[in-house]
Design a protein around this ligand. Structure first.
Ligand code: GTB
Length: 216
């Protein structure tokens, strides 16, 4: 039996691959592990059956036999630990790649999400115009630092790893903001990730869900 993950039955991103199941799909594709997807409605997300898998009532989840996991980073790590292709064999290089996984999720993603959330929840508030440049300044600080570290390398630390997988998808969340375009090397880094055949298979699979849902 293949592992089963959950994804939105109707993703608000309209098939742009911005929901977090994309991380897990891409990881599976990189390591060549087939997987099944169970689509979940917004109503089902908050029901007891789904909360038994995910305490916060979100996607993605992962089930393989008796093992149930949530949190996209933990799921990608689990896949990377059990299959070759996403983490180096050398112990030190592996530890550094794991460090980049945490850096993507704990250091780079939070200011990006904060700007996104302010855009949803505070756009009509009197302070929004003043707050936005502050939020964008925090993102630019991170992007400056990330671009400085990446330099002209293809990937963050040697070969492509789970750290790059997460970082590329975190940076993709800036699409439409104009911020990433200020950093040509980071834009090229994201494009390199998106050009990987495994990324494309994962992207096409989540897009097919949106296309089927819109056909009704
Ligand atoms: N930390 C968790 C993880 O990494 O797995 C966060 C999981 C999470 O935020 N899941 C979201 C969810 O289930 C979907 S991905 N939300 C429903 C809820 O909380 O009720 C976040 C997301 C949603 C939509 C877009 N979009 O439309 O562009 C992008 C990202």
């Amino acid at each position: 039996m293949s592992p089963t993950i959950t994804a939105f039955a109707q993703s608000p991103d309209r098939g742009r691959g911005l929901a977090r199941d994309m991380r897990v799909r891409w990881a599976f594709e990189e390591v060549g592990q087939p997987y099944d997807v169970r689509l979940v409605s917004f109503l089902e997300l908050k029901q007891a059956a789904h909360r038994a898998l995910h305490p916060f009532g979100q996607i993605p989840t992962y089930q393989d036999g008796d093992l149930a996991l949530f949190e996209s980073g933990a799921i990608v790590f689990h896949i990377a630990e059990r299959h070759a292709g996403l983490l180096p064999h050398d112990a030190d290089a592996r530890a550094r790649a794991i460090t980049w996984m945490f850096a993507a999720l704990n250091t780079v993603e939070p200011p990006i999400v904060e700007r996104e959330m302010a855009g949803y929840a505070e756009r009509d508030k009197p302070w929004y115009a003043e707050r936005l440049p502050i939020l964008e300044g925090r993102i630019r600080d991170r992007l400056d630092e990330l671009a400085a570290r990446l330099g002209d390398a293809d990937w963050l630390d040697g070969e492509f790893s789970a750290g790059d997988l997460l970082m590329v998808l975190v940076l993709r969340r800036l699409e439409g903001s104009g911020l990433l375009e200020e950093y040509p090397t980071l834009s090229a880094y994201v494009a390199r990730g998106q050009a990987r055949p495994a990324y494309q298979r994962a992207f096409d699979a989540q897009l097919a869900v949106f296309t089927a849902a819109s056909r009704g």
